[in-house]
Design a protein around this ligand. Structure first.
Ligand code: NAD
Length: 470
């Protein structure tokens, strides 16, 4: 726990442990926060924020830039610690830590572009539109991308002059703690960035409900997002909700199949399938489905599953035993109810660690949970379609609307899909890539509001209009 720039124990002295999902060994014991700890973090954030609001955006940006430099110098160590707590292969952890430095640099670059607007409405009437800090804000983050998602929230929040209290996930809290320590080393004044570790149901709810917290930025499941929205409603807090997804990937008959197979494998099995914008439903045109499936299965069977610390590993364990059980039971149900055919994978490993084989399921029934729910693990359902209209109707048949991709060379198909796909982000001939320069977020039950891009500055500040007559 980090409060007022210092590592502190929980007020009642309780702790919890973090385990390595590949070996089931205990890595660390951390403070199990409670309501008093949340109050103490918000006290620190309240005391520090007014001073930070008076610092120029350029000087705030300087802290982000210095932190990015320190992160880049320490990529290997940070990546190893991320793999140990989260499970992903070292090469993916390295990507994520580098991506985290990119995010801090991107926002640092926006510091000098930060401006208020001035209007002359009439010869004797001027207006100013000021961008002001919101005040004390909260960020609740999940375990699947604990470094990147920390940066997506902390960097714009701090750049805009706010103070922040972060609640990390209990299975991957070490990386956010390490990044917060780096921001302090880079010159962030104490009290502006506090981290309270502990369970979502107590620490998370207390933080979201704290009357002094004026904005909550939440990334996690749709179910928890709904709860966060209800709690935030009591004080009409601003909320940004980045929730679950069930992204469709549509492969047309004219697609470059080699690229599409590589896109599907990376899109589904990166981070063991635990990505909000992973390819969760694959739609392939019936004319190319047999050939595509053959190549897909061959590529999936080449993925080496193992401890993320091993250089040969391409897919690590699931982050938790609960996540593993959820995936295993979905596949069991599919087999028992005969709602799909498992053509590769489909079992968990018998040794230590939360390992599950990369799995592909075909002949998936329309009402299968593999299509209607978010499958947060390495299981890919493949569905054949007749024509683009059929694919788009089925792709949109989901409560989620985060990302979606179409793979084709036909510009008519590209335009049609871009217009009709119900998603916050549409990729054409790629999937999964999320650069910090452009807005990111979901429609439907995938969330509310956008992160990234200059749009994030609006989400982390209040607009104040001033009308002036001299
Ligand atoms: P989760 O909702 O279980 O937990 C997310 C965070 O919320 C954790 O820190 C948790 O401790 C906390 N939390 C739990 N209950 C809470 C409560 N009642 N009040 C306040 N906080 C509470 O989600 P998860 O399993 O950690 O993450 C996986 C989910 O996150 C998936 O659905 C995934 O799609 C989604 N996700 C979305 C995005 C996005 O940008 N849209 C990005 C990554 C992950």
């Amino acid at each position: 726990m980090l409060i007022n720039g210092k590592q502190v124990a929980a007020i009642d002295g309780r702790t919890f442990t973090v385990t390595n999902p590949a070996t089931e060994e205990t890595i660390v014991s951390l403070p199990h926060g409670g309501l008093e700890d949340v109050r103490s973090a918000v006290d620190a954030a309240e005391a520090a924020q007014p001073g930070w609001a008076r610092v120029s955006p350029r000087d705030r940006a300087h802290v982000l830039a210095s932190a990015a430099r320190l992160i880049r110098e320490r990529v290997p160590a940070l990546a190893r610690d991320l793999t140990r707590e989260q499970g992903k292969p070292l090469r993916e952890s390295t990507d994520e830590i580098r991506g985290t430095a990119n995010v801090l640099e991107y926002y640092a670059g926006l510091g000098s572009a930060f401006r208020d607007d001035l209007y002359r409405l009439a010869p004797d009437l001027d207006a100013q539109v000021l961008r002001q800090p919101i005040g004390i804000c909260a960020a609740v983050i999940p375990w699947n991308m604990p470094a990147l998602l920390f940066a997506w929230k902390a960097a714009p929040a701090l750049l805009c002059g706010n103070s922040l209290v972060v609640k990390p996930a209990s299975t991957a809290p070490m990386t956010p703690l390490a990044l917060a320590a780096i921001l302090h080393e880079a010159g962030l004044p104490r009290g502006l960035l506090n981290i309270v570790t502990g369970p979502g149901e107590t620490v998370g709810e207390a933080l979201v409900s704290e009357p002094r917290v004026r904005k909550v930025s939440f990334t996690g499941s749709t179910e928890t997002g709904r709860r966060v929205m209800v709690l935030a409603a009591a004080n009409i807090k601003r909320v940004t909700l980045e929730l679950g997804g069930s992204d469709p990937m549509i492969v047309c008959e004219d697609a470059d199949l080699e690229r599409a197979v590589a896109g599907a494998v990376a899109g589904r099995f990166y981070n063991s399938g635990q990505v909000c914008t992973a390819v969760k439903r694959l739609f392939v045109h019936e004319a190319v489905a047999d050939e595509f499936t053959r190549h897909l299965v061959a590529a999936v069977e080449r993925l080496t599953v193992g401890n993320g610390m091993e250089p040969a590993t391409r897919m690590g364990p699931l982050n938790s035993a609960t996540g593993l059980e959820r995936i295993a039971s979905l596949v069991r149900e599919t087999r028992e109810a005969d709602t799909g055919t498992v053509i590769t994978g489909g079992s968990e490993s018998s040794g230590a660690g939360n390992f599950y084989e990369p799995t592909v399921v075909t002949d998936v029934a329309e009402d299968s949970r593999l299509l209607s729910e978010e499958v947060f693990g390495p299981v890919l359902p493949l569905v054949r379609f007749r024509d683009l209209n059929d694919a788009l109707i089925r792709a949109n048949r989901s409560p989620y609307g985060l990302g979606a991709s179409i793979w084709t060379r036909n510009t008519k198909y590209m335009r049609e899909a871009t217009r009709r796909l119900e998603a916050g982000l549409v990729w054409i001939n790629l999937h999964l890539k999320v650069p910090p320069e452009v807005p990111f977020g979901g429609t439907k039950q995938s969330g509310l509001g956008r992160e990234n891009g200059v749009q994030a500055l609006e989400a982390w500040s209040e607009t104040k209009t001033v009308l002036i007559r001299e």
